[in-house]
Design a protein around this ligand. Sequence first.
Ligand code: ZN
Length: 568
Amino acid sequence: MKFAQKLLSTLLMTQCALTFAKGNADTIFYGGPIVTVNAKNEEVQALAVQNGKIVAVGTKDAVTQEWQSSGTKLVDLQGQTLMPGFVEPHVHIMVTAVFEGLGLNLSNFTLPYDTKETLISKMKAHLKNIPQGGWLFGFGVDPSRTTPFMAELTADDLDQVSKEVPIFIVNQSGHIGYVNHKAIELAGITDKTPNPKGGGIYVKDAKGKLTGKLVEPPSYLPFMAKMPNPTEAELFGAIQGTMKKMASTGVTTASDMSVGGNFGVDKEVAIYKAIFAKNASPIRVRGYLFSETLPAGYNAIKPNEGDDKLRFVGIKYITDGSTQGLTAALNQPYTYPKDSKWTGALNYKDADIYASMKSFFDQGWQISSHSNGDKAIDQALNSYAKLLTGNSKPQERRLRIEHFTVNSESQVKKAVKLGVIPSFTIGHVNYWGAAFNNHIIGSERAARIDPAGDFKRLGGKFTLHSDSPVSNVGPLNYVSEEVTRLWQLPPQKVLGPTQAVSVDDAIRAITIDAAYQIFADNIVGSLEVGKQADLVVLEKNPRKTPPAEIRNIKVNGTWIDGKQVSLK
Ligand SMILES: [Zn+2]
């Protein structure tokens, strides 16, 4: 064959191959609105997937003419809506699995609120499930959502459940624990034991006696050390169950914000790697290593280590507690109890947190700071300003502040200038808005919590999350919560209407902007050619649904890499 002929046939073959590939989509979706969340916020008629990636979006005619072959599976949406899979930027997968999958779930997001008596009877009913030598371990009591307000469990209350079985219950916020006297005895804590390092408190009454209340996770450790560990099989099952539950709400990517918080960083990284090696995760995971569990000079995992499915992207700090738990660090005192001088407390000194953050920032890690109160937000922003000194493109580091609950407008301005992206636990408005407004911080500060409106007006990005197990995963619920800003407790009120945003803005906060926040916007977060086909099929189009009803839209299917996720 002559050279020219050879060249021509090679070219023809290449072209054939290209044409063949182009006309051979694995799946084409059509027959309902396809909300792309691209820069122009377009809706299209059809979307084609090949080898797990989106290869075409556009009119039905154009997409089918170019991409349909005999082997293409056609999915008629029959009026349902197709959207990008949701990105949940802040959950605790491992903690949720342990609390909800292995313990007694006492969370109550409905009305009426629990009382001490209903909680004690729920725990008593659970005793029969505790094996010999076991602990009654539970999660989800919430004094800010109990009747009467702030009725808090004591060791004496828990002794009414059992004096023989040790009991350890974690508050809904995750920042407070309650134990009975048997647990105190087994943990070896006495009235004379000094408080642990890292902000933990074994709370004592006026006479110096332990009350059974524990503040901040370091105080849990002596108790957790005495509890029997779950078997590997139990733990895997619980984690998979948690992931499937997330996928059933349309979540296709989630960030675990405290890798290492339960069993230490090495073990939890190994657990995640094992789950993904077995292909046993129905969702993508982005991991943030929990700073408190990292030994000095830690470098076993490198920044961004992993692949498209599992990647470790950041270091997470917890700089204060919980606002509804009255442990967030505030610049002005809480308004509960009346005439209180209590302002909460920072978990770190300024110099210490900056030094720690800098060591990881310089390695290339993204830094995330849990900062609920305005005093903690000041500390995080000041540390970030120092980290970013001399950086002409600070926004490229995408530094994060979690919760950003009690805040001022000047803090929002500073955050936007530094390219800092807050992620709001928007359930604060719904489930705790009444408590914040009526009791805990007063109406003026309560109206400003989760200031999405200000971030939008000042040109910044923000995202929405559940902080599961703090509230339940359900991105469509966050949209309803953010857009209406209604609190749940009757008489319902709109909390800070100027901080509400549009449905489209709230959708970005659970898709493309959340993907951006966790450095995954190059592969997910919108329906655009070249991205992974992570998709969610919704009963209705949220853009055409009254905001308060968006939370009720059914998720009818979740797809990752172009394959429907099995939730069985
Ligand atoms: Zn969290």
